[in-house]
Write a protein that binds this ligand. Structure first.
Ligand code: CU
Length: 348
């Protein structure tokens, strides 16, 4: 880690520790829950947004959320871009890499992230199989970076050998195939550091014939090991621990939902829905599901499409079933409502 990064991190942790000491014990958080329904409040209180006391060494027990919650404006929008034909068959994106962008990984806990377009994860890219995907990388960092895409493409577009120097640009261009859910991430060495610091995102490659229209969500599972001791302190859907606990994702009862899921952390993750099961499309590379289940272990860089419909209104947790991950941030709520117009409000 660079010295400046390390100093920034240390400062942040000391501040977070001080805040944590003032606000501990976590019972005080119960009054500050996202949802107004009594059931949601009660359950949220018992799944308090705090680290389990046995987790981590001294400092990290207190480097915890301060009781403040994520505001809606901070939330990573879980709706992917719409599926639509690219103009002239070419889907273009520009991704700008910056280093040490302050990223609030949990309420009150800032980390110096490396970002694509200033978000962690980077933006969801979407293209249809057979179209050309053209991605221009602009490196505004101080280190060489790349973009490595999963999928089928020429070696020269693989983002491993052609390092993009600080101040440099490179355009990746290839025909997108096969359809599925494909990770993209920096492959500069040490790759573990470049990914861990935030340089990752999801590509959705739609099949040419399309998939049935549904409400869609894109969710990246990741984690943050702030002290680099090999054990993460925070786990997250889309880069912020507990953001969808603070800001539940609204769905309508009876509305089919398609959730694109990807695990970019170096531990297995287990996406799990409460009150429901999902049709599973491993890697998103099939048009028919292979399993109807409510848990699926996603190994490192593994991804899937989950399709499901909630029949009953209410609040349902969606979480990682590795319970430690859930307790440390990899959980959120679906608020399933009767009125479809409410859920569609948030749809792109
Ligand atoms: Cu990099």
């Amino acid at each position: 880690m660079k010295n400046r990064t390390r100093m920034l991190l240390a400062t942040v942790l000391v501040l977070a520790m001080a805040a944590g000491l003032l606000l501990w014990p976590p019972g005080r958080e119960a009054a500050d829950q996202a949802d107004s329904s009594p059931q949601a409040r009660a359950v949220a209180a018992s799944h308090g947004r705090h680290l389990p006391p046995t987790k981590g060494s001294g400092m990290f027990q207190y480097a915890t959320p301060t009781g403040r919650r994520f505001e809606a404006s901070q939330v990573y929008d879980p709706s992917p871009p719409p599926s639509e034909p690219a103009p002239n068959g070419v889907r273009e994106y520009t991704l700008v890499i910056e280093e040490d962008v302050p990223h609030e990984v949990a309420p009150g806990v800032l980390v110096p992230a490396w970002t694509f377009n200033r978000t962690v994860p980077g933006p969801v890219l979407r293209v249809t199989e057979g179209e050309t995907l053209r991605v221009t990388l602009i490196n505004k960092g101080k280190l060489p970076h790349t973009i490595h895409f999963h999928g089928i493409h020429p070696a020269s577009m693989d983002g491993v050998f052609e390092l993009v120097p600080p101040g440099g640009e490179f355009t990746y261009e290839f025909v997108a195939r096969p359809y599925g859910v494909m990770p993209y991430h920096c492959h500069s060495m040490p790759t573990s550091q470049h990914i861990h610091n935030g340089l990752y995102g999801m590509v959705i490659v739609d099949p040419k014939e399309g998939r049935p229209p549904m409400r869609e969500l894109a969710m990246v599972m990741s984690a943050f090991d702030l002290d680099r001791d090999g054990e993460a302190e925070f786990y997250a859907w889309n880069g912020r621990a507990f953001q969808y606990a603070d800001n539940p994702v609204e769905l309508a009862a009876g509305e089919p939902v398609r959730m694109y899921v990807m695990n970019i952390f170096e531990e297995a993750m287990v996406p799990h829905l409460h009150g429901n099961l999902y049709q599973l499309y491993p890697s998103g590379t099939t048009l028919t599901p292979t399993e109807f289940t409510d848990v699926k272990t996603l190994s490192i860089a593994e991804r899937a499409i989950l399709e499901f419909t909630y029949d009953y209104p209410g609040h349902y947790m969606f979480q990682c079933h590795v319970t430690e991950h859930m307790e440390q941030g990899l959980m959120g709520w679906f608020r399933v409502v009767e009125d479809e117009t409410v859920a569609r409000r948030t749809q792109k």
